[in-house]
Design a protein around this ligand. Sequence first.
Ligand code: SMG
Ligand code: MG
Length: 385
Amino acid sequence: MKITGVELRTIKMPLVSPFETSFGVESDRLAVLVRVVGTVPDGGSRHDRQVEVQGWGECVAMELPLYSSEYADGAAEVLRRFLIPRLLAESEAGRDITAEVVEPLLESVVGHRMAKAALEMAVLDAQLRGSGQSLASYFGAIRTSVPSGVSVGIQPSIHALLDVVSDYVADGYVRIKLKIKPGWDIAPVEAVRERIGDQMLLQVDANAAYTLADARVLRRLDAFDLLLIEQPLPEDDIRQHAELARLIKPPICLDESVVSVRAAADAIALRAAQVINIKAGRVGGYLNARKIHDLCQANGIAVWCGGMVETGLGRAANAALAALPGFTLPGDISASDRFYELDITEPFVLDDGRIDVPTGPGLGVAPIQTILEQFTVATEWIQAK
Ligand code: SMG
Ligand code: MG
C-alpha cells in the first residue's frame, strides 16, 4: 500500500468501576489510536486504478508508566516524531508498505514496542480490508469463538471481592483472575476459592509486586489449586522466576518479562515460564505475537491472550489471535461491558462464556464515529508528501 497519511487520536473512556492492581488504580482508559490511510491497486480487473483503504491500530500503553516503561503520551510522541515519519519516507520512496515490513523498517528505533505495534496493527487492518481477508483467517485461526476469562482488580474488602467475583461467575466467565499484591494475596484467594468451588479455573496476577524473598508467602498459594501465578517478580528477573518455579506449586506465567520473541525463547530455555501470556502490544505487534505462539506451541508451553483494557478495536484483534490452536487457556478477553458502558465499536458480548471472533475484513469492527468523537481528547493528521 501507498500511505496517504496517518491520524493519531487520543481518547479517554470512563471505566465502569475503578481497576486496581499492585501498581495503581485507574478510573479512565486513556489510549492512543492510530488510523492509517492509504491506497492499494484495485482488486478487480482495473489494476491501474487505486482504491483508498484505511485501518485502525490501538496502542496499549497506559496513561502512566507503571505497567511498562511506555505510556500513552510518550507513545504518541515517538509515533509522531520517529515512527510515522520513517514509514511515510519509505512509502514516498516507492516502497510497498505492508504489515510484514513495518517492524524491519522501524528497527533502528530502539524499544517503544507498544507504539510500533499500534502502527503495525493499523497497516495490517488496512491491508486486510483491502484484500477482503479477516485478521483471524490471516493469522490461521481454527476457532470461531474464544473462551472468556475476567481479570478482577484489588477490592476494598474480601466481602466486596466475593460480590464482584460472584457477579462475574453469574455472567458466565469461565476463568477468574485475581490481582494480588503483598498483603492482598492469601486471604482473598482462599475466600474466592471457597466461594467459586474446586471446578472453576482460578489464577492470580501480581504485576511484579514480589521478590524471591517472598517465596515462603507465595508458597501458601499452593493450597488453592491455581491454574498459574502471573508475573510474581520484576520484569527483568527472568532467572529468579526460574528459581521461584522450583519453590512453588502453581505454574509460573510470564507477562511483563516477555517483551520479544527472544525473551520468550530465553524464558522457555531457562524454565522461567511454564505458561506465557501473549500481549501483542508488549511484544511489538501481532506478527511477533503469532511468532511467540508458534515458538510456545513447538516447545509445549501453553499460552493465553492477555488484555490491556482495550477498546473494541484491540479486543477484536485479541479475539482473532486467541483463535489460534496454541491458545489452550482462556484469555483476558472479556465482554466490552467488563470495562466500558459504551465501547467505541459494536460491543463484544459474552455468549455462554465465549466471545465471537469477528469474521469481516481486517479487524471486522470499526469505531462508531459519534461515539469516537465523544471520547476524543486530541487528534492530529500527519500527511505524506
Ligand atoms: O483487558 O481484561 C483486560 C485487563 C487484564 O489484568 C489485565 N491486564 O497485567 O495482565 C495484566 C493487566 C495489565 C493492565 S492493568 C491496568
Ligand atoms: Mg499481567
